[in-house]
Design a protein around this ligand. Sequence first.
Ligand SMILES: Nc1ncnc2c1ncn2[C@@H]1O[C@H](COP(=O)(O)OP(=O)(O)OP(=O)(O)O)[C@@H](O)[C@H]1O
Length: 621
Amino acid sequence: MSDSVETAAVTAVPAPVPTGQSGTVVRSTVMRRLLRNPMGIASLVILGSIALLAILAPVLAPFEENFANITKTLAPADSVNILGTDSAGRDTWSRLLFGAQLTLLSALLCAGVAIAIGLPAGLIAGYYAGKFEAVSNWVVSILMSLPGLIVLLTIRAAFGPSVWISMIAFGVLISPSYFRLTRTAVQSVRNELYVDAARVSGLSDWSIIARHIFSVVRAPIIIQTAAIAGVAIAIQSGLEFLGLGDPTKATWGVMLSEGFKNVYLTPTLLLWPALAMALTIGGLVLLGNAIRDALEDGEKVKHRKKRATSSATGASPTAAPATARPSRKSVAAVDAGTEHHLVKVTNLGVGYPQADGSIKKVVDDVSFHVDRGEILGIVGESGSGKSQTAFSILGLLPDNARIVGGAIQFDGNYTVAPGDERVNQSRLSKLRGKRISYIPQEPMSNLDPAFTIGYQLVTPMVRVLGISKEEARKRALKLLTDVGIVSPERTFSAYPHEVSGGMAQRVLIAGAISCEPDLVIADEPTTALDVTVQADVLDLLRELQQRLNIGIILVTHNFGVVADLCDRVAVMQNGRLVEEGSVRDILRNPKERYTQTLLASMLEDKTPLSMLVSSQKEPVA
Ligand SMILES: Nc1ncnc2c1ncn2[C@@H]1O[C@H](COP(=O)(O)OP(=O)(O)OP(=O)(O)O)[C@@H](O)[C@H]1O
């Protein structure tokens, strides 16, 4: 049976209960999971105690770090010097405490410098790629090819035996590890649909990087920092052990060197700093492992049997309280008989450069328009250029795409002016999320799994509409109700994996209309959904379009959907517009052979006219 018939049939039955809200997810925080892990507790206790001792060093240490009692050298432990003294008569316990301060701070400095360089560079290179990435790769390759120890020895010779300078230099040398880690993590999510969705929802690049991209690299960075801090302590102590440290500072490395010289006379002088280092480095390694385990554990999902409530049955999106939308404020109405359309695409061409220098056109000489309050269907078989046309309007074409001809105007202003090679991103970034929004094909991939649905609805509203979080929250809950979600509160605080595909699509529709757009571009919005949910979502789109007087461009390969929903249709084949007109005219009298074949193939053996026109609403005059 054809899709159109199925679609038409299911629209008549009551809307099904949206599924997917029954699972109660217990999302343990990483900290809680860390505290449940004996390795995590042990590492936190060890590192916490050492940090506390370091902080309290001025209070706990009975002597200054360099106070020497030359009458009491290499003394064994007693009530005054609880760990004995070194060859200069300095108190080992006091030096150990002050040494903890210096050693930990210098390790933090090293990791801080490495993060400050590697993280932003990795984020920018991973997100924007292009020249910055090429130059960064170049610099990173140079840094990685430098022999670290020789560089550190050279710096020591040039600037003296300062532990701080050594650690800053080491931080710079080690920053490529953060750069590579971050860049790779960002590249893995840069092209995720939820990042595109965030862009379309009007968030700036920096907001997207901070919210959606940084969350991906946060955990690996923490784990890496634990390891790097341990390495920094080992390298610093190694240099000092070789006698290249600052002898005036009490660090564990200097103490180790001092202890080694007197290992036969007072072996404990070597034992205490070695023990302190081993505990700290071991604690850092354990902490890194425990954090990794805590993150790998993932969320623990408890499934609770859903008790179907009769009140929920039959809830329909169309039955949701419809609120009257305020009239379109400053937005100009379409003047009848003029060329002022909401969207006007004129002779658009899109192409991709090929290896031989030629450009392969994937959209060629395409012209159409959309007015406020109408739904234009763009229909065609796979690869006919529907999505490329829609992405040109949205400004979401890949970096290597070229506009090879034509223009696009939105509400009278060019987003692609004649002669432009690319979409004007600065103009579009002011429109996307505010006046133009997007409903994508795959609902799940377009929601960031790291954030709750509520957060993902509220953030664009706060940013675009300039309203408070509380106000945005109220609006989000109302929108969720409007799109037919039965338990808006629960969905609001759910993560994307906790809702069904149909519900996720409703959430995306709620998001698309949340900032009161003039135009919604829906790219196969029902493809990923099962047939009953498809009908629901189409009903919902029609209801919203009529209530809000939005212009909609609906990209689909399904003539049934076109017949069910659209006012006008543009038929595409091999990147070209084959035929365009009112749905009624095209369905009744398809002029072009391709349209006839497309209709016939979609209807299988059924007669196009009778099947489709019977499900078509009354023609628009
Ligand atoms: N990044 C790209 N580089 C080169 N060619 C591309 C790229 N993206 C798309 N194309 C080509 O553009 C043509 C049109 O693709 P488009 O995605 O617009 O088709 P479509 O009609 O939306 O198909 P579908 O329904 O399968 O999504 C296809 O031949 C495709 O191979």
